[in-house]
Write a protein that binds this ligand. Structure first.
Ligand code: MLT
Length: 408
């Protein structure tokens, strides 16, 4: 008899954003007018930068002629993109990362979800709460947790974020081997300083642990003192993997391009204590299960690093950050304390109310979709996340509707 992977039965029925989409669809059926404004899932709304579009078109034309056509590309990505990434995202910031340490992929969601499979089933995992649900759910699927009780899985070391620590969790108080960190944070928008990040690197070094550092939102950092990459911190090449994405940076959510950095100096150990190259393991996994991002998409991503591309990407980020500023200002004026929105496209609003009830209320009374904090973990209860990814017009209208809804 065919048996299922029984660990899937421990998962909540559906993924957070699918759950929200179903509720919004049901609401829209009941109330087609006015149209809902989506400030829930962080999905970009503006067109790709012109530099990317033009490179994309040109690459499609190359595919139209036998002489310039490309079939399978290198699984790790074309050198032109990996070199542009190493130069612009790392070397320019003093981070020692080389092109061969970069693995181009179709998304940070896939990479942060898949990376756990190269580590032992008994790996002790530390996960912040609140957290992007993919880190947790993929470890549940892999059987690294016990049952789900009172909003938490047995066997996971949760790193609590709350107002007192500014949603920057402290170091684990029990031994762990694999630590998930995300800064600027999704969902809270909190940021980490270089000194704080150094504490994590030192912890991982002392405990032979690895940090999985999700920096998908680094392009939104405004404060020059904040690190954009964990590799700006001394010692990180020995203990960290970093995930980046073009999704939010350059509007690639529907185009799909991201990358993961695995330094050749990173080691993990066999049961007998023998050190192995994590880069080699990930390379083996990547080339077995992935056939590369399409050539036109990689050319479009490369254009992000041209002079004109850099200018256009900066304008795109400025556009969304103007929304973030407005949302934060308006919610604070309504008496809610907020974090995020200053170096991040997410605003984390303390509602001190049941977060799904607040979500329903905003949907019913204002026709605005946010994300309930409880969907990101028990420490997210009493909060909602508002995303800045929409047009200025829609964000202005959403804030007017929220003001009216909260006054009634
Ligand atoms: C989010 O809203 O948290 C993100 O858009 C989800 C993602 O990037 O997969």
């Amino acid at each position: 008899m065919i048996r299922i992977n029984h660990h899937y039965l421990k998962l909540k029925a559906s993924y957070l954003f699918s759950d929200i989409a179903k509720r919004v669809a049901a609401h829209q059926q009941r109330h087609p007018d006015p149209a809902v404004i989506r400030l829930g899932i962080g999905d970009v709304t503006r067109a790709l930068p012109e530099a990317c579009i033009s490179a994309f078109h040109q690459a499609v034309d190359e595919m139209a002629a036998d002489v310039s056509f490309r079939g399978y590309g290198p699984e790790q990505g074309y050198d032109f993109l990996r070199e542009a990434i190493a130069e612009n995202d790392f070397k320019s910031r003093g981070a020692d990362i080389r092109a061969e340490e970069i693995f181009v992929s179709d998304g940070a969601k896939c990479d942060t979800g898949n990376i756990q499979e190269i580590f032992d089933a008994g790996t002790r995992i530390a996960i912040p709460d609140p957290v992007y649900p993919v880190y947790l759910d993929t470890n549940v699927m892999a059987g690294r947790t016990g049952s789900y009780r009172n909003g938490r899985y047995d066997g996971i070391v949760y790193l609590d974020g709350h107002a007192e620590n500014g949603f920057i969790p402290g170091l684990p108080t029990e031994p762990v081997d694999l630590i998930y960190l995300c800064f600027p944070n999704n969902p809270t928008g909190a940021t980490i300083t270089a000194d704080q990040l150094k504490e994590w690197v030192d912890y991982a070094t002392a405990n032979q642990a690895i940090i999985l550092y999700d920096a998908a939102y680094e392009a939104f950092i405004r404060d020059d003192a904040l690190p954009h990459s964990i590799y700006e911190i001394e010692g990180a090449r020995q203990v960290a993997i970093e995930f980046r994405s073009f999704s939010k940076t350059a509007g690639f959510t529907g185009t799909r391009c991201a990358y993961t950095v695995v330094p050749t100096t990173l080691k993990a150990f066999s049961a007998t204590g023998e050190a192995h190259s994590v880069h080699s393991l990930w390379s083996r996994r990547h080339s077995t299960k992935f056939n590369g991002v399409s050539y036109p998409v990689q050319r479009a991503a490369e254009a992000v690093y041209s002079d004109v591309g850099k200018r256009q990407v900066a304008e795109l980020i400025d556009y969304y950050m103007a929304n973030a500023h407005l949302i934060r200002q308006e919610m604070q004026a309504l008496g809610y304390s907020c974090i995020g929105g200053e170096n991040s496209p997410y605003i984390w609003v303390s509602t001190e109310k049941d977060s799904w009830a607040f979500f329903d209320m905003l949907l019913e009374k204002a026709g605005v979709v946010c994300t309930p904090g409880a969907g990101f973990g028990t420490c997210g209860e009493g909060h909602i996340r508002i995303s800045a990814f929409n047009s200025h017009e829609n964000v202005n209208l959403a804030m007017t509707r929220i003001r009216q809804a909260l006054a009634s």
